[in-house]
Design a protein around this ligand. Structure first.
Ligand SMILES: Nc1ncnc2c1ncn2[C@@H]1O[C@H](COP(=O)(O)OP(=O)(O)OP(=O)(O)O)[C@@H](O)[C@H]1O
Length: 471
């Protein structure tokens, strides 16, 4: 174990609450580590360390406001940000999340490369339903993900939450942008395969529909075990025109037209690239032939509505949750990994490999940050200047006042439509600040909730109404 390496006295105080086990991954903006909480060894945490950008600019006030907003987010299908640590010496940032043993990238890879077998229908449907449920919550709270892809859709391993899907990395795009820029020299590829056509065509203003496009791509990948649109990325900064990615999309879905997508004509790359984008005419083989589904299949109907070119016509997460696909057998469930039908084969997915030789770089030389010291899991940052974010002006894509209240009312209606007993729905009713929504139910209520879940055989409240009991 790495926690005893180096001089513990030189370590920042906040780090001493964890046993650092090792590195589990590397993304565009930094490294991800597995750690255990010393006071509760059964609790695993994923600590994301953000590398410093080459300019050495630290965490901006904007980024900090964004992070504080993320700390208020609480939903079963969204990974919980349990703590935030800042090393005040160099303003490097560490975000501690609940740990999930699996992610869709590894699950898909396992089926494709190891067992050579499709993912069973129950698992695909349960993953998709929970993904949409988490996304509906985020969108209802004016948070766009903007970088949804299989590796940041997590699935919980053994334990009470086994098989529960959690969206990770939401909202981080804004933190990265200002001022933690992606590092061009860390060799990590930024995938463009899940990027919506309006973004690829240079839209400056875009909506949560970009996430629904990504969900469509992920749904198709769960069905076929192959990325739907595998374009070659053009590497240049900033925001190069990703022609090959559009080419891959048009080859499957056909050429978009102004008839079907009115605002297409205003998009920068549509206007500027006559030869390749407007000029080239694509024949569409039909999405159904690529995903091997009959056009009459409800799964196909749902998928094609998520992959609608015009973002205004694309299905929203709330609409998708209501789709017929989720009302047909097999019904989606809370434990996506274990089909409730007896006799169904259960796939044992491998646990994450942990590189126990990699420590937080430079951590040993970090001085304890006064404000950050003594952090508790519930207390968070400790830096007084970071608190009280409810009064902070909302970032551009987050609205305030009446619009927000209307949105919350809408959200409440949507959630009620699914019988969602989520904290968010309850909070929306009384316009309770999100921080309070995150407070877990008292133990006796939790017990009652668990009993209820066991009784209905399905798991969490909020899952589609059971027509037939599973057991
Ligand atoms: N809370 C978590 N629990 C367990 N593993 C996680 C957690 N969050 C992220 N990971 C894993 O760590 C790895 C790196 O994640 P990270 O989000 O940094 O990069 P990425 O999603 O692969 O790429 P990018 O940074 O470009 O989005 C991935 O395999 C991801 O599944």
């Amino acid at each position: 174990m790495m926690s005893n390496r180096g001089n513990n006295m030189n370590r920042p105080e906040w780090l001493q609450q964890y046993d650092l086990i090792g590195k589990i991954g590397e993304g565009t903006y930094g490294l991800v580590f597995l750690a255990k909480i010393k006071s509760n060894r059964s609790k695993s945490i994923a600590i994301k360390k953000f590398k410093q950008s080459k300019d050495g600019d630290g965490v901006s006030p904007t980024a900090i406001r964004e992070i504080m907003l993320l700390r208020e987010i609480s939903h079963e299908n969204v990974v919980k940000l349990v703590n935030v640590h800042i090393n005040h010496m160099d303003m490097s940032l560490y975000l501690a999340f609940d740990y999930a043993e699996h992610d869709l990238y590894e699950i898909i890879r396992h089926h494709r490369d190891k067992v050579n077998q499709a993912i069973n229908q129950y698992t695909v449907k349960s993953i998709l339903w929970q993904l949409l449920n988490g996304l509906n919550y985020l969108h209802s709270n004016w948070i766009m993900h903007r970088d949804l892809k299989p590796s940041n859709i997590l699935v919980m391993g053994d334990g009470e939450e086994q098989g529960v899907v959690k969206i990770a990395d939401f909202g981080l795009a804004r933190i990265y942008q200002a001022p933690l820029k992606p590092l061009s020299d860390n060799g990590v590829v930024v995938t463009i395969w899940y990027r919506a056509p309006e973004l690829l065509l240079g839209a400056k203003h875009y909506t949560s529909a970009v996430d629904m496009w990504a969900v469509g791509c992920i749904f198709a990948e769960l069905l076929t075990l192959k990325p739907l649109f595998q374009g070659q990325e053009v590497k240049a900064t900033p925001n190069p025109f990703q022609l090959d990615q559009l080419d891959k999309i048009f080859k499957v879905l056909g050429h978009p037209t102004v008839d079907k997508w009115a605002t297409l004509a205003h998009l920068p790359h549509w206007q500027s690239d006559h030869q390749h984008i407007q000029g080239h005419k694509y024949d569409s083989p039909g999405l159904y032939s690529v995903v091997h589904l009959s056009p009459k299949n409800p799964a196909y109907d749902l998928l094609s509505k998520m992959l609608e070119y015009d973002p205004r016509k694309r299905l929203t997460a709330a609409q998708a949750l209501e789709h017929e696909y989720f009302r047909m057998e097999p019904l989606p469930g809370r434990n996506a990994l274990v089909p409730p039908q007896p006799g169904e084969k259960i796939v044992n997915y491998p646990t994450r490999p942990v590189d126990t030789n990699t420590d937080f770089e430079g951590t040993a030389s970090i001085q304890p940050a006064q404000q950050a010291s003594g952090n508790q899991m519930s207390g968070g940052m400790g830096g007084t200047h970071l608190m009280g974010t409810r009064n902070v002006p909302r970032p551009v894509h987050m609205v305030g006042g009446m619009q927000r209240i209307q949105q919350q009312q809408q959200q409440q209606q949507n959630m009620a439509a699914y019988g969602l007993a989520s904290q968010a729905a309850a909070a929306a009713a009384g316009n309770i600040p999100m921080q309070q929504r995150g407070v877990a139910a008292p133990p006796h209520q939790q017990q009652q909730q668990q009993q209820l879940r066991r009784k209905d055989g399905m798991g969490m409240p909020g899952y589609p109404q059971q027509k037939s009991r599973r057991f």
